[in-house]
Ligand binder design. Structure first.
Ligand SMILES: *Cc1c(COP(=O)(O)O)cnc(C)c1O
Length: 360
């Protein structure tokens, strides 16, 4: 197997050992003589897969018993609509923190359903920092407060969980979930598309505190109601069985590797090394405020943008792929989720050094 170090922001790398299991399982999964994609989602074999995936996820994140774990479709983007439809009444005010492209999209969608109050906005500095909570202008009676703990595009991450008292806290954790332990009990709803740090695209994780399950507007379509997923074990209709199965393998793999404490230690080390290499050179730079830098997405620009094309083609030739930055930011972006081994960071840093020397 010839595998590259894949720095793609998403769909992103999946651990080699998980892929090997998938490959071996495909023709004859679990002695069924079929692949996992070809059996009923209500078969006892698949129901066991779904139950184990949920339990392993609960173990990893320490999800309290008064929370439901849902597996939905439509990606994080559909959650931008599901949050207001499930948690607010028509015309009610909701609070949002705007720290980048994804929170901006979440706000745009919520505006179709509610009165959105933007409590803080870092657009004034190109989304390169997290506005401190002391400066937020919260409303008195918001149905919830929504934020994006890690902005995947600009590489901006909250170093704190907002303190919002009794207001339900809703978080789009698509690109940071499972990168470190979190206190789930601080949140009303956590959601995440799978294709960054969980598994293949097509499945979305939603963790909801049970008292928030019954607040959906009457007109909400069934398949957009948290409660409908909770009551059916996320099997109201046919779920994306393959993505669910692979996500389960990833959860089991993370548990075997020592869980999220172990991942946090590795992820912090990976990110620190890479930022140190960027900060230590005059050739590369990262515009994000140091207290707001992401562990998972590390954008960097070259001193001379004319060299971008050469950097990208030579990096691919060196076995380092997916480094092209998002078009809104330019330059490069290294997404270094759990599946990126430390050796990949070392290889990238070496390549960056060599490229810089050759360009001098
Ligand atoms: C990727 C991403 C999304 C969009 O996810 P989809 O699953 O494609 O809808 C939303 N929010 C964040 C923070 C992301 O990283």
């Amino acid at each position: 197997m010839s595998r590259v170090f894949n720095f793609s922001a998403g769909p992103a790398a999946i651990p080699d050992s998980v892929l090997a299991t998938v490959r071996d399982d495909i023709p004859d999964w679990n002695n069924t003589g079929s692949s996992v994609m070809e059996v009923s989602h209500r078969s006892k074999e698949f129901v066991a897969v779904a139950a184990k995936a949920e339990q392993d996820l609960r173990d990893l994140l320490g999800v309290p018993d008064n929370y439901s774990v849902l597996f939905t479709q439509g990606g994080a983007t559909l959650q931008f609509a599901m949050a207001p439809l499930n948690l607010s009444a028509e015309g009610q005010t909701v609070d949002y923190v705007q720290t980048g492209t994804w929170s901006k999209k979440a706000i745009g969608e919520a505006r179709h359903y509610c009165n959105v109050n933007v409590v803080a906005d870092s657009a004034d500095e190109n989304f390169t920092y997290v506005p401190p909570q002391e400066e937020w202008q919260r409303s008195e009676d918001a149905a919830y407060l929504h934020y994006t703990p890690n902005e995947t595009i600009a590489g901006v991450e909250f170093s704190f969980i907002p303190d919002v008292g009794d207001t339900p806290l809703v978080a789009d954790m698509s690109s940071t979930i499972l990168s470190r332990p979190i206190d789930v009990s601080r949140f009303g709803v956590i959601y995440a598309g799978a294709q960054k740090n969980i598994g293949p695209a097509g499945i979305t994780l939603v963790i909801v505190r049970n008292d928030l399950l019954s607040k959906a507007r009457a007109s909400t379509p069934s398949l957009l109601k948290y409660s409908v997923y909770a009551e059916s074990g996320s099997m109201t209709n046919t779920p994306p069985v393959f993505s669910w199965y692979v996500a389960g393998l990833v959860f089991a793999y993370l548990k075997e590797r020592g869980g999220l404490d172990a991942m946090a230690e590795i992820n912090e080390r990976k990110a620190s090394k890479l930022y140190a290499a960027i900060d230590g050179s005059d050739f590369y730079s990262n515009p994000v405020r140091k207290d707001s830098r992401s562990w998972m997405n590390v954008p960097f620009i070259l001193k001379d943008a004319e060299l971008d094309g050469k950097f990208l083609s030579e990096s691919v030739a060196a076995g380092l792929t997916g480094l092209k930055g998002h078009r809104s930011v330019g330059g490069m972006r290294a997404s270094i989720y759990n599946a990126m081994p430390e050796a990949g960071i070392d290889a990238l840093i070496r390549f960056m050094g060599d490229f810089e020397s050759a360009s001098a």
